[in-house]
Design a protein around this ligand. Structure first.
Ligand code: ZN
Length: 171
């Protein structure tokens, strides 16, 4: 007796089910998301790590080009949480908040240069009031260079450095 089953591999069966589930989710509008930067609606692409996708392709590509890596990699709340724990200071940041304060022109507000990872001008989170922790309202993105200079010297020292350099250039 030959059964008239069409041989379907497990992979084919599963991928067909996934397709169906995806199609249903699509028609229910579940895979649609609004880009938090430009507000455009797009569909979540397939694949791992896309579930919390917040940017459309255009914004994502633009950011990757400018920053040297994806925004979701560059902006990492977890990293600062770890630092806060290590330093024993407050922390209440989350990924969405950090996206919302990230300069849309990708530039350091101090030096007006594009912040790019793995360089001296990489984006870094500055605490405006260093007696407070990594908390909403107290942090801002500036370049690593600006951040380090700020950490290294007081305002008085920086002013002294500037007047020294200016006096040298006048000689
Ligand atoms: Zn967008």
């Amino acid at each position: 007796m030959s059964r008239n089953f069409k041989a379907v591999s497990k992979e084919d069966y599963l991928s067909e089910r996934r397709e169906k589930a995806r199609f249903k989710a699509l028609s229910d509008g579940k895979l649609e998301f609004k880009c938090i930067w430009c507000g455009d609606l797009s569909l979540k692409p397939k694949g791992r790590g896309q579930r919390d996708r917040r940017f459309c392709n255009t914004c994502e590509q633009n950011a990757t080009e400018k920053l040297g890596d994806k925004l979701s990699v560059v902006v990492c709340a977890g990293f600062y949480k770890w630092r806060a724990i290590k330093k024993g200071i407050e922390f209440d940041l989350d990924q969405d908040y950090l996206y919302s304060i990230f300069p849309r022109d990708f530039k350091c507000p101090v030096f007006n240069v594009t912040m790019r990872i793995n360089t001296r001008t990489a984006p870094s989170l500055d605490r405006k009031d260093s007696s407070k922790g990594y908390i909403k309202g107290n942090v801002e993105y500036i370049s690593l260079k600006a951040n380090q200079m700020k950490t290294d010297a007081s305002i008085k020292e920086l002013k002294m450095l500037v007047s020294y350099l200016e006096s040298k250039s006048n000689e």
